[in-house]
Design a protein around this ligand. Structure first.
Ligand code: BEZ
Length: 223
């Protein structure tokens, strides 16, 4: 019987996910679009996401869905970058298979991270992992290279591409601090006013909740 790994036998030390507000450490790596550095993405929004392995069912479904939505990310001036432990040649062969089977071209870079040096530095490897496969971590990075939101899914459940798009657009709406984004917001829907923090603000308005809960029409401004 195979015993679960003990902390001592686990060759991949625990690493916590990056925290919101942290600047992502830079890296340079080979990718399907040639060598790239995180720093190349300064000035653009970026969604960087890890996947457990090439040639697996859920990951394939995600890549087809994300590549199909690529123009929607571009319309938000948001770049995409994928990352896994698989080799560059594996990534290239998988891209070919996806094109042949689904008619979809993966035209965003997939980074190879054979030692998971990047994945570990970014907290994309599960702390109790006994192999180097990444979890489905998604990092939403602002034009200054700062993490603004992240999600973490297990290997068994694929991400929602519409939620990834909604997150980018919501972060852009909230970026300048002039409005908040309510639950289940969709582009074009009302935002929420940032509440005043004075007694005067609390006493204003006809309803006692007006000072902290006030829908705000979306004027379409994006950071
Ligand atoms: C998948 O993408 O289908 C998958 C990847 C790793 C483990 C299990 C499933």
């Amino acid at each position: 019987m195979k015993l679960p790994p003990t902390p001592e036998s686990n060759p991949y030390p625990s690493c916590s996910p990056l925290r919101i507000g942290e600047a992502l450490p830079n890296f340079t790596a080979r990718s399907t679009a040639g060598p790239l550095s995180l720093a190349d993405y300064r000035g653009k929004w970026l969604v960087i996401f890890s996947h457990p392995a090439d040639f697996t069912p859920v990951c394939t479904s995600e890549f087809v869905a994300i590549a199909t939505a690529r123009a929607k990310f571009e319309a938000l001036d948001c770049a995409l970058m994928a990352l896994s432990v698989d080799s560059l040649f594996s990534h290239l062969a998988w891209i070919r298979m996806i094109r042949d089977r689904f008619g979809v071209t993966i035209d965003f870079p997939i980074v190879e991270d054979p030692t998971m040096a990047i994945g570990r530095a970014y907290g994309m490897v599960a702390p109790d992992a006994h192999d180097a496969a990444a979890i489905r971590a998604t990092y939403f990075v602002d034009p200054e290279g700062v993490l603004r939101a992240s999600t973490c899914y297990p290997a068994t459940v694929g991400r929602s591409v519409s939620e990834m798009l909604r997150m980018v657009e919501a972060l852009q709406r909230a970026q300048d601090g002039s409005a908040l984004v309510p639950a289940d917001w969709q582009p074009g829907g009302d935002l929420l006013r940032v509440p005043g923090q004075t007694v005067e603000a609390a006493l204003a308005g006809s309803d006692p909740s007006d000072w902290f809960y006030a829908p705000l029409p979306d004027n379409g401004a994006r950071a």
